[in-house]
Design a protein around this ligand. Structure first.
Ligand SMILES: Cc1cc2nc3c(=O)[nH]c(=O)nc-3n(C[C@H](O)[C@H](O)[C@H](O)COP(=O)(O)O)c2cc1C
Length: 256
């Protein structure tokens, strides 16, 4: 086991963080988790990570890494330190996201030695991959962690190869925003939670600007009144598009 690992994660609804923590528990005695989505200065990543190995965990949005997380990774200085990358997705597909995450880490000066594409519950359509990562995913992540430790002990590890295309697919077009139901009591809980700073209080209710909202669902996951929802047409078209993935258990993929 390693003594210390830093886990840099972006996890609007918690699935990515859970995957990252399950993996890190298998490689390191202590884990310092740093939320790339947090706006407050105290959580902005240290420029020079101190852990022996750094783990990056990011969710897949439209087959890409969300720009808000990508921008924070670009600000790090890896100085040749070894890294493991985890792209976490909602059963449909991860497309170019894992390759993009590896490129981001490499450009920030890290040497990516192992990667995985791991399933979590779909944050927009929770009937897909419900409850994942679950006990089986945990076992698989711990098994992968053991192999990563073996790999790290060898002197000969080179950069890991993962699927994906470069140039990447175009970023998701998000012309809309998460909405408040009348049940919104204006508590303001969601304002600092929003990773893009898209939410303001208007007329005693939370209102997200469509310009900045990335539909990450962080506000919905944290709302005590369950009053944040996707606009009905967005929800309906997603339900339709993702129908074939309901009741599908997709396998995690590990790359060493
Ligand atoms: C805006 C948005 C786009 C998404 N795009 C994809 C995708 O392209 N492929 C996929 O399989 N899952 C997709 N998902 C599902 C997430 O990748 C998945 O639920 C992930 O676990 C969310 O991470 P979190 O729980 O840390 O928020 C998307 C979710 C959101 C909110």
């Amino acid at each position: 086991m390693l003594n210390m690992t830093e886990l840099y994660y972006f996890s609007p609804t918690g699935g990515t963080q859970k995957v990252g923590e399950l993996f890190c528990a298998g490689i390191s005695e202590t884990v310092q988790a740093i939320d790339l989505g947090a706006l407050s200065a105290k959580n902005i990543p240290a420029e020079n990570p101190e852990g022996e190995v750094v783990v990056f965990a990011a969710p897949v949005f439209g087959g890409r890494i969300p720009a808000v997380a990508a921008e924070k990774i670009k600000g790090l200085d890896g100085s040749g330190k070894k890294a493991v990358t985890l792209a976490v997705y909602g059963t449909r597909a991860y497309e170019d996201a894992l390759l993009e995450l590896n490129h981001l880490a490499e450009k920030a000066g890290f040497q990516v030695v192992a990667s995985a594409a791991v399933i979590a519950q779909h944050s927009m359509i929770p009937e897909i991959g419900t409850g994942r990562p679950d006990a089986q995913d945990r076992e698989e992540l711990l098994g992968f962690a053991g192999k990563v430790l073996e790999q790290l002990a060898k002197k000969t590890d080179g950069p890991v190869k993962v699927p994906g295309n470069d140039p990447y697919k175009a970023e998701m077009d998000v012309p809309t925003a998460v909405l408040s139901l009348p049940a919104c009591n204006g508590c303001g809980n969601c304002v600092p939670i929003c990773p893009t700073g898209a939410i303001r209080m208007e007329g005693g209710m939370a209102a997200a600007s469509p310009e900045h909202c990335i539909l990450c669902m962080a506000c919905a996951a944290s709302c005590p009144e369950h009053a944040r929802i996707l606009p009905a047409p967005v929800k309906e078209s997603l339900e339709q598009k993702l129908e074939p993935f309901k009741n599908v258990r997709k396998d995690n993929e590990f790359f060493l």
